[in-house]
Write a protein of this length. Structure first.
Length: 94
């Protein structure tokens, strides 16, 4: 199982396989991969009025349905509604 610890605003969170974490715009963090079970990750950055809705999250770490990122990657092929599709998937994460 992949593992990482992140430190956000002085609080440490453990993140495992199947979990994601969100950082607010300009929010700093430190992260430390487990030496025996390092992590793999996908980085997605976004801004705008919808990004501010992330401020409502109680915790930056939560479980994720494993298909969401695969569907987001597939959205790259639909150039006419790509952004709307990805915004919808982000809402599903919240």
């Amino acid at each position: 199982m992949e593992k990482v610890s992140i430190v956000v605003d002085g609080k440490t969170y453990d993140v495992g396989a199947g979990e994601v974490f969100f950082l607010k715009e300009y929010q700093l963090c430190d992260y430390f991969a487990d030496k025996n079970e390092p992590w793999h990750y996908i980085w997605i950055g976004f801004t705008g009025k919808y990004a501010t809705k992330l401020n409502r999250l109680e915790s930056p770490v939560f479980k994720l349905d494993g298909t969401v990122f695969h569907e987001m990657i597939q959205a790259d092929f639909n150039k006419y509604s790509r952004e709307e599709f990805i915004i919808g998937k982000i809402y599903m994460l919240m």
